[in-house]
Write a new protein. Structure first.
Length: 576
């Protein structure tokens, strides 16, 4: 089901009316001075490839090396400002990287949309595109205010192969075809479509990550930094490659990130066959960035090379362009002095990097004729974006069980409702991984109080890990008094996140015990709401008549608390 048409209209109206409060982009433009006008890279009448090569030709070796980090140095003598490549926008602007800054400037928060696994469950391509467009508006507005970059490392389009994977929540799921479709909508919506999509102008830059066969964080003796993914030709063709191929060929993404792991014994960022394939066969026109410190680990952790200089050489010759981290800054000069690489190897990388910057308008004398340069703080945390976020939660939430049509509840018949669970009044849990500062988060408790003024709450457990029964007594007493009881169970980032996989699919700690004991004391069967981005075994609730309904709401973002009672009381039907 497509999002309501008026949402799209409202979004466009908000964008069209933007701009009076937009600030100048951070560090200004390289071609703003009269002196810079004499350089060919500032001549907007020339094609981007010509301008990129012209800029590379003007740099000294040391200046070139200083461009090979995500925190690229400026070139003052040419008027080229420093640039931060690392910004995050998985499901809204996030401050995981240095590129997005909520602490200084007029923008103190940004809309937190549902985590990707929840939006993906809507199976709605137009919704995915609309969310990406909204995130892009806020990203560009923050850039114009001097608080964010133009190059964003999203979407995560790895295949969710193992249900224990901590980062599966960031992905659209386990189906390569669906992930491919999501990647296309995200990239087109985020970058914008202006002229030649492969080499033309962009509003922002999106990045397909993590290439490739990456689906393990930390599990037992295995870690993502040293894991060797053994993949046969059929799995490459049928499973791992389709999302990336679509992201590049159809979405026309301008960035690809190579992953930490090895692939059939070769580090992903050093895998020349794979990295050249995306350019030679898939027509990729963009830059390739390493995951953070993925070059350093090639020698230090994987012991794949015999020296740091060999690691520099193998990644640059394979086709990687920029290192997230400082490894190339520290070791590239030595690699040249030892004859491991030539300056031309760096030139290829810089051509790819500057080409993307040119497409983003960083070297334009003026860009006032582009609507997105007029975006500002008033385009962030808008009513329209908030309603779109709510629509994504509504469409993505899944009704797993509803015995005897227990839902929807009737407001006229519920005077007292209880919400039980450690996540019931926790705004932090709503976002999941890669979450920034929300505009106005609504907890499940706060949202329910808007529907039923007499709403009481009990944690039951001290936290989501639920290691003890210390809070069970209070929860039981609260449950006994209520007409209807909603139990919030599931996961948060202490169970699944980057660098952390799960070891079980069961509910954490004593959560299942809490659900069962609450179900045994209530006036009516309970509603069980499951949070989290990975699968959870709730088979115990399937045949239990004391549990009337089971609802999965994932990580619903900042408006999750608003949408849950809408669903419970029938304003939106997730079973349609």
């Amino acid at each position: 089901m497509a999002p309501p048409f008026p949402l799209i209209l409202l979004l466009l109206v908000a964008v069209a009316g933007a701009g009076a409060d937009a600030a100048a982009p951070p560090n200004g433009h390289a071609c703003a001075s009269a002196e810079a006008n004499s350089y060919a890279f500032c001549d907007a009448s020339l094609p981007f490839p010509v301008r990129a090569r012209a800029l590379v030709s003007l740099l000294t070796l040391d200046e070139k090396i200083a461009q090979l980090s995500n925190t690229a140095a400026g070139v003052p003598r040419l008027g080229v400002p420093p640039y931060e490549w690392w910004s995050e926008s998985l499901h809204g602007l996030a401050d995981n990287g240095p590129g997005v800054n909520f602490s200084s400037g007029p923008v103190a928060a940004a809309t937190i949309f549902p985590q990707v696994i929840l939006s993906a469950a809507a199976f709605n391509r137009s919704l995915w595109r609309a969310v990406a467009e909204a995130v892009a508006v806020e990203a560009r507005a923050m850039h114009n205010a001097g608080q964010a970059g133009l190059t964003y490392w999203a979407p995560n389009i790895n295949v969710f192969r193992d249900p224990r994977w901590g980062r599966g929540q960031e992905t659209p799921g386990e189906d390569p075809a669906m992930i491919a479709a999501y990647s296309v909508e995200y990239v087109k919506g985020f970058q914008g479509e202006y002229g030649d999509g492969r080499e033309g102008r962009m509003m922002l830059s999106a990045c397909c990550k993590h290439y490739i066969a990456y689906d393990l964080e930390k599990w037992g003796k295995f870690a993502r930094y040293t894991f060797n993914a053994e993949v046969n030709a059929q799995d490459f063709e049928d499973t791992y490659e389709p999302p990336f191929k679509s992201c590049i060929q159809e979405g026309r993404a301008s960035c690809l990130m190579c992953s930490y792991n090895q692939v059939n014994g070769v580090p992903a960022c050093a895998h020349k066959d794979l990295l050249q394939k995306i350019r030679d066969e898939w027509g990729f026109k963009g830059y390739i960035v390493s995951d953070c410190d993925a070059v350093a680990i090639i020698h230090e952790n994987q012991t794949y090379t015999s020296s740091d200089e060999d690691s520099v050489a193998i990644v640059l010759k394979a086709g990687m362009d920029v290192n997230c981290g400082s490894f190339l800054i520290r070791h590239t000069k030595s690699a040249i002095e030892k004859g491991k690489i030539q300056e031309e190897d760096i030139n290829h990388a810089l051509y790819n990097l500057f080409s993307v910057q040119l497409r983003l308008g960083l070297f334009e004398k003026t860009s006032e004729n582009q609507w997105f340069t007029r975006l500002g703080p008033s385009n962030v945390c808008t009513k329209e974006h908030r309603e779109l976020a709510a629509e994504a939660v509504r469409q993505g939430t899944v009704l797993l069980k509803n015995d005897n049509s227990f839902l929807p509840l009737k407001r006229s018949e519920v005077s007292h409702i209880a919400i039980i669970g450690a996540a019931a009044n926790d705004a932090y849990i709503m976002g999941g991984d890669y979450t920034g500062v929300p505009c106005d988060p609504i907890t499940f408790l706060k949202g329910m109080q808007a529907f039923v003024p007499q709403t009481t709450v009990a944690g039951g457990c001290k936290n989501v890990s639920c290691d003890s029964t210390d809070g069970f007594g209070e929860a039981i007493e609260v449950a006994k008094r209520a007409d209807i009881v909603v139990v919030i169970a599931g996961l948060n980032l202490t169970q699944e996140t980057e660098d952390l996989d799960r070891v079980t699919l069961l509910l954490p700690g004593k959560q299942q015990d809490l659900v069962n004991i609450i179900a045994s004391v209530t006036k009516k069967p309970i509603v069980l709401v499951i949070t989290g981005g990975g699968p959870v075994d709730v088979s115990f609730a399937k045949q239990d008549p004391r549990i009337a309904s089971v609802l999965w709401i994932g990580y619903p973002g900042e408006v999750g608390g608003q949408v849950l009672p809408e669903i419970l009381f029938g304003e939106y039907n997730p079973g349609e």
